[in-house]
Design a protein around this ligand. Structure first.
Ligand code: MLT
Length: 387
């Protein structure tokens, strides 16, 4: 029996995937697994029994990754599961920044009681005229699940699209429209594009990347869209650039006191992935990832441990070892089983940064003697008996 705690409401369609072998629990300290959306976990004490955290969404800045890694707690996210929802809102953001849609709607509201509204709107509308997207240049910074979708749709809208992503994966490359021009320098995006949209994760090296210096390289009257995380942009610099007329509009999905209500800022209350479809997709993916890990020890879509998948556990025993990515670990693991004459039927191991994860299939459940010996090896962080 496994227990799980939901720190935020998680869509029922996902929770319904849990079988009778799973039980919800009200307190984090009783949980083997946690499901979370945007609740901050940074100040929470993580119980020793906690095995995994699944973030129903892409960004993991609300989760203490270092602390989890040091305790051998696997953190999953759901890349791509809400990408369509975010993509659609980015396209809306492009349109809102180009046409006087918001101002026009406000004008109609303000003049709703005017019996001559139909006549007067023809005079007023010149104040809300805008530009079309077709033929304009869009720069997409970050070609992951969302960036690719935005780029591909924008080409279908007739925009000239430029992409920048030094970490482009092979899978991602297959999905990008051949019409998209790839830049190797981010400065080329700044210099070239009328619209710039950011789709990178929040990391120490991406925090504040769109700052005064980056903005100064942009075209006069550029539009910047941020549906990733507010602190990727130095928003004080952005507001200054809007006031100076350097930037035409800043569209962000993150309301905060720096930008809310500022002229030129079009700010939404984190609606990107807030669609029924995205919430369902994220919940299903998060629960499936958790189940595969809890039942089989397989790790797919973790942000702090590598992908390791030995399939469904059908053998006599399986153990999972979290360890540091240092020399001589396998020799020591295999020696343990050699000494007690136990066969290792399958072994899969991968590393990610300074951490590594090894799954061992055995003919029978690991003995306490073997587990004790493994736990004494320097560099081993956690051992889990899967079966
Ligand atoms: C994400 O990180 O997936 C999106 O910002 C949506 C969310 O936070 O739920």
């Amino acid at each position: 029996m496994f227990t799980y705690n939901c720190l935020n409401p998680i869509a029922k369609i996902g929770l319904d995937k849990f079988t009778d072998a799973y039980e919800p629990c009200a307190n984090l300290e009783d949980a083997d697994a946690v499901l979370v959306r945007s609740a901050s976990m940074h100040d929470l004490a993580l119980p020793e029994r906690l095995l995994a955290v699944a973030r129903a969404g892409a960004g993991v800045n609300n989760i203490p990754l270092d602390k989890c890694s040091e305790k051998g707690i696997v953190v999953f996210n759901t890349p791509g599961a809400n990408a369509n929802g975010v993509k659609e809102l980015v396209i809306a953001g492009l349109l809102l920044a180009s046409r006087g849609v918001i101002e026009g709607i406000e004008w109609v509201r303000e003049n709703a009681a005017d019996p001559d509204i139909a006549k007067n709107m023809e005079k007023a509308k010149k104040n809300f005229a805008g530009n079309e997207l077709q033929g304009k240049k869009l720069g997409v910074i970050g070609l992951g699940a969302i960036g690719i979708r935005v780029a591909n749709v924008a080409t279908a809208l007739g925009m000239d699209v430029y992409g920048y992503d030094p970490y482009l994966s092979v899978d991602a490359a297959w999905q990008i429209s051949s019409k998209i021009v790839r830049f190797n320098q981010i400065e080329d995006i700044y210099r070239t594009c009328d619209y710039i949209t950011v789709h990178v994760p929040l990391l120490p090296e991406t925090k504040g990347m769109i700052d005064r210096e980056a903005i100064s390289q942009m075209r006069d009257g550029a539009v910047v869209l941020n549906f990733a995380r507010d602190v990727l942009v130095n928003e004080a610099d952005m507001v200054e650039a809007l006031q100076a007329g350097k930037i035409k509009a800043y569209v962000s999905d993150f309301a905060n006191p720096t930008t809310a209500g500022q002229p030129g800022c079009i700010i939404l209350p984190h609606l990107g992935a807030s669609t029924a479809e995205s919430e369902d997709n994220c919940a299903v993916m998060a629960v499936e990832e958790l189940k595969d890990y809890l039942e089989n020890g397989n790790i797919v879509n973790s942000v702090n441990f590598p992908k390791v998948d030995l399939g469904v556990c059908t053998g006599g025993g399986r153990i999972a070892i979290f360890h540091r990515n240092v020399a001589n670990m396998f020799v020591q693991f295999t020696n343990v089983f050699g000494r007690i004459n136990e066969n290792i039927a399958n072994l899969a191991s991968k590393s990610k940064g300074e951490y590594a994860y090894t799954l061992l299939d055995l003919d029978k459940p690991a003995t306490q003697e073997a587990l004790d010996a493994l736990s004494k090896i320097e560099g081993v962080i956690r051992i889990r008996t899967v079966k």
